[in-house]
Design a protein around this ligand. Structure first.
Ligand SMILES: C[S@@+](CC[C@H](N)C(=O)[O-])C[C@H]1O[C@@H](n2cnc3c(N)ncnc32)[C@H](O)[C@@H]1O
Length: 336
């Protein structure tokens, strides 16, 4: 996956204001802080070069995760949201990914760091064309997720942000985010055991508040992922030359791993199962590992079952899976 051309161009132009060595040093400082366990929101003081280094290094990956999650959500909820509230918006990855939301009219972004807001606005200002109207007109606000008064919106999102709060603040913020969601709440965290553990805990809290599951889980029962395993997905992100120069390495891509949950105020039509690993392809047979309504399971499909085998060949990690093709009725959401 690639970021939109307009965003890549905007980042290149911002980066041109710095020497590459300055950005590399800033990136190194960020990496050291991350390795020491300090999330972006707790790094201070954060300089403009660090913000830009973060944008170049991380926006392609967080954009890809946001975009993939919105796609998975829209498959279950085709009645598209008209308003978006993104909490801990950073530089606006979710806003750019919201091009996936065809009916979006208004977006509000809440972010604690004024410098991030400034850079995010500068990047968004470079988006041209009518399809980006909501992006250019977005309402950026400086504030704290845990205490700000949040405007009710169809879709509320927290992408790689809730996990930066202390446990108590995150629990409070979860409740306020859920209250602000007129239809749906989406939370994305890094696809690590720790990121997934938070998602699993918040899933339970949201279900207890009456939330209906949308994705990725095909059920609202207890999560069957136990032991050392963790539910996560991945997006392959194409690396730009600026990205390679900043982070080093020769690979033309990197894989962004993420865990997420999407819940709704209204019941959604859930799939029979979701594919939770890369499909394993052998000659004449494809094995899918699934999270299904009855728990974790595996299905091996062979050429004998032509139609199912054809679908399995096109299936990917993270996709919904039906043993038989879904009917129109089965995939339509029912919240309107
Ligand atoms: C890892 S970044 C993710 C940014 C963006 N959502 C993305 O997906 O690229 C986390 C962001 O959350 C912001 N943040 C952390 N704690 C916050 C809080 N209590 N209120 C508002 N924003 C916060 C940080 O300043 C930072 O910009």
């Amino acid at each position: 996956m690639q970021m939109p051309l307009a965003l890549r161009g905007a980042l290149e132009r911002e980066a041109a204001r710095y020497k590459l060595s300055e950005l590399q040093r800033a990136h190194e400082r960020l990496s050291e802080s991350y390795r020491a366990g300090a999330p972006l929101g707790r790094l201070s003081p954060l300089g403009d070069a660090e913000r830009l280094a973060y944008a170049v290094a991380r926006m392609p990956a967080t954009y890809a995760a946001c975009s993939a999650v919105l796609k998975a959500v829209m498959e279950r909820m085709p009645a598209a949201p008209a308003s978006l509230l993104d909490l801990g918006a950073g530089l606006g990855s979710m806003l750019w990914a919201a091009e996936r939301l065809p009916a979006l009219e208004a977006a509000t972004l809440l972010e604690a760091d004024p410098g991030n807001v400034q850079l995010g606005q500068a990047l968004a200002a470079e988006a041209e064309g009518t399809e980006w109207a909501a992006l250019r007109g977005a309402d950026w606000r400086i504030g704290d997720i845990a205490s700000a008064k949040l405007p009710p919106c169809d879709l509320v999102t927290c992408s790689y942000s809730l996990g930066e709060l202390s446990e108590a603040s995150a629990t409070r913020a979860l409740q306020t985010a859920w209250n602000a969601a007129k239809r749906m709440l989406v939370i994305i965290e890094p696809g690590t055991p720790a990121g997934f553990a938070r998602i699993r805990k918040w899933r339970q809290q949201l279900l207890a508040l009456g939330a209906h599951m949308v994705a990725p889980c095909p059920h609202s029962a207890g999560c069957p992922m136990v032991g050392n395993d963790w539910c996560h997905f991945a997006q392959r992100v194409e690396r730009t030359s600026l990205h390679r120069r900043l982070k080093g390495g020769s690979l033309g891509y990197e894989d962004e791993k993420y865990s997420y949950i999407a819940v709704s105020k209204f019941p959604a039509a859930l799939p029979s199962a979701r594919i939770i690993r890369h499909p394993q392809v052998a000659p004449g047979a494809i094995k899918l590992e699934l999270c299904a309504q009855g728990g974790l399971s595996e299905v091996v499909t062979t050429r004998k079952n032509k139609e199912q085998f054809r679908r399995a060949r096109h299936a990917a990690w993270g996709d919904a899976w039906e043993p038989r093709p879904a009917t129109e009725e089965g995939t339509r959401d029912s919240f309107e």
